[in-house]
Design a protein around this ligand. Structure first.
Ligand SMILES: [Zn+2]
Length: 151
């Protein structure tokens, strides 16, 4: 079976598989959101759990809280992502009750570390602007809404 393009500029997997739900070797079409996260579980057959965290501003305390998101994703044999890998997911049709994403690429652990470092750097910059009594651009609207409620 030939490895076909999926409409994104990603590295095609070196291995081949006979999974019909593989975007490269099967009949699965991908569309919608593209996500990046870390594999937190690979215990299921052909399914992995991927999670990532984001920081949300809490205006009352002028601090940030960390919130986590978690999705299940199809993991075809040709990609075979393992726990700890940083992967890129694309939305697809529902493959089961809770699964509507598929892994298209393993990005690796090192690049994620660099990304986290860059993120932390950015946050420290944002927090320093907070000290100057300026709201971060990211959650400007939330900030205003909450203030209105308080009044
Ligand atoms: Zn495949």
């Amino acid at each position: 079976m030939k490895t076909k393009g999926i409409g994104f500029e990603v590295k095609k997997p070196a291995k081949e598989c006979s999974d019909n739900n593989c975007p490269f070797h099967g009949n699965l079409t991908v569309r919608g959101r593209i996500l990046t996260g870390v594999v937190t579980s690979d215990k299921m057959s052909k399914t992995i759990t991927v999670s990532w965290s984001r920081r949300v501003s809490v205006p009352k305390y002028e601090r940030y809280e960390t919130r986590k998101s978690k999705v299940k994703a199809h993991n075809p044999d040709c990609i075979g992502a393992k726990k700890g890998d940083t992967v890129r997911l694309v939305e697809t049709k529902p493959l089961s009750k809770t699964k509507h994403f598929v892994v298209i690429e393993i990005i690796g652990a090192q690049t994620k570390e660099q990304a986290v470092k860059a993120e932390l750097l950015q946050e420290s910059l944002v927090e320093s602007t907070l000290e100057d009594k300026k709201a971060p651009a990211q959650s400007d609207d939330d900030h205003k809404n909450k203030k209105r409620e308080e009044e």
